[in-house]
Design a protein around this ligand. Structure first.
Ligand code: 5AD
Ligand code: SF4
Length: 449
């Protein structure tokens, strides 16, 4: 059997990063990674359990790809769903032969070797293990790009009542600071200019393990160290939690020039009553104060958020409170989720579940707001000149490229291939609701760091 692997990723950036690490690990073991699922003999689905819809998609896919002319392909289900369902996945997806949770991803080459030698065998690994230092930093030199994700921790110690993450990814574990720095230095030497630090709650990084120094949390200390890495021009992170968003982190926006003026800060609900039922340990007022403090330091800062509509017990008044916060803060971007009850979470058994129709109606109202504020923001950018990190060719046309502003707005602009990986100036000339359109200004190529 050939060793061509197709990896499909569902869900969050953490999964994207883990799939990237898995691809690098598999290549190192002699496997070929392909983008074409039809030519692959091995199909690995890296799944998500955050909402039911994501799970249904992955199961549908696993069954579809193992039937008809695809029979005989080796199918594996990895990640959060694997952890969540374990061996019961074989009932939902009978042709699957490999089920591996997030902690076992580094062992997949070994499992595939074994499975290929024995067609009647299945392997399940949902053991909870200490962080795999080698796997979390696995990189493929040929795949280094201008902007990359870097995982700094895993798991979550919060117990938000709707969330399955603590069950699938376990308690918080932090990568040693020196591992993270070494990885980013290695990337910077090979052309990476922007890193996005990933974790369920990045600002919890190092809690109770790395001491505060001069009032600065371990996360801010990490940011300072990355600021000092030559070649890195931009630092981002996802997602912080409002609870640990203290003045040291707010000050970092002023003190660290590489820290991009964008914060994705999940609000979840604008109603204090619902926040309490969600076990989110802050009130609407505190959330607004963080945003106000950030705005005072960096007036151009862009704020985006996550919101869940239709959490059990959410009445009209609660929803209106969410709308009111939305109109007060005018989020530049937001992801709106319809509440999805997850097995094994605290909220699963809450009474007063909200009907699908109401969830849908509330979703639509908020989506309109997202569209409105996003367009308003984009229109305010027209006529300005922005610094863009050129990431890749845009699909649109031959000379169209794409990249992001420091505030994380996607821009499509005319440029040339040689500019990929560079920071350039782009004059913004137009926009759609979600994207800015512009033109490269050659006289203003920002120099290398
Ligand atoms: N239902 C709907 N949305 C959810 N999220 C997490 N769990 C659920 C759920 N059960 C959303 C939250 C989180 C984002 C990643 O997914 O808004 O911030
Ligand atoms: Fe889930 Fe809450 Fe942890 Fe985020 S903070 S991963 S929503 S439990």
């Amino acid at each position: 059997m050939e060793k061509r692997v197709y990896i499909k990723t569902y869900g969050c950036q953490m999964n994207e990063r883990e799939s990237e690490g898995l691809a690098a690990t598999l290549r190192n073991h002699g496997y070929e990674i392909t983008d074409d699922e039809h030519s692959a003999e091995i199909i690995l689905l890296n799944t998500c359990s955050v909402r039911e819809q994501a799970e249904a998609k992955a199961i549908g896919k696993s069954n579809f790809i193992s039937r008809g002319k695809n029979q005989g392909k080796l199918v594996g289900i990895l990640g959060c769903m694997a952890q969540n369902f374990g061996e019961t996945l074989y009932q939902k997806s009978p042709n699957t032969r490999l089920v591996v949770g997030p902690d076992g991803l580094g062992r997949i080459p070994e499992y595939l070797d074994r499975l290929m030698g024995d067609k009647n065998r299945r392997i399940t690994d949902i053991e909870v293990r200490p962080l795999d230092r080698k796997f979390t930093s696995a990189r493929d030199e040929k795949k280094v790009k201008a902007s990359l994700f870097v995982s700094i921790m895993r798991g979550c110690n919060m117990r938000c009542t709707y969330c399955i993450v603590p069950k699938t990814r376990g308690s918080e574990q932090y990568r040693p600071m020196e591992d993270i720095i070494r990885e980013i230095q290695w990337l910077a030497e090979r052309g990476t200019r922007e890193v996005t630090l990933l974790g369920q709650i990045v600002n919890n990084y190092g809690t109770h393990q790395i001491p505060f120094i001069g009032g600065k949390s371990p996360f801010v200390q990490l940011l300072e160290k990355i600021q000092a890495i030559e070649g890195i021009r931009r630092i981002r992170f996802m997602s912080p939690h409002p609870k640990g968003f203290k003045s040291d982190l707010i000050d970092a926006y002023e003190n660290l020039p590489k820290l991009c003026p964008h914060v994705h800060l999940p609000l979840q609900s604008g109603s204090d009553r619902i926040l309490k039922a969600m076990k989110r340990p802050y009130k609407r007022e505190q959330f607004s104060s963080i945003v106000a403090a950030l705005g005072e330091k960096i007036p151009t800062i862009s704020i985006s958020t996550d919101i869940i509509v239709g959490f059990p017990g959410e009445n009209e008044e609660d929803f209106e409170a969410t709308c009111a916060v939305f109109d007060e803060i005018k989020f530049d971007m937001a992801f709106i989720f319809k509440y999805s009850p997850r097995p094994g979470t605290i909220a699963e058994n809450f009474g007063d579940q909200i009907s699908q129709e109401i969830k849908e109606a509330r979703n639509q109202i908020l989506l309109k707001k997202v569209e409105y504020y996003s367009r308003q923001y984009n229109e305010s950018m027209v006529g300005t000149v922005k610094e863009i990190l050129v990431e890749r060719r845009a699909r649109r046309g031959l000379q169209q490229f794409e990249g992001y502003t420091p505030e994380h707005r996607k821009v499509i602009f005319t440029a040339t291939e040689d500019l990929i990986g560079q920071l350039i100036s782009v004059k913004i000339e137009g926009c759609t609701t979600s994207t800015l359109l512009g033109k490269f200004i050659p006289s203003q190529v920002a120099g290398e760091a």
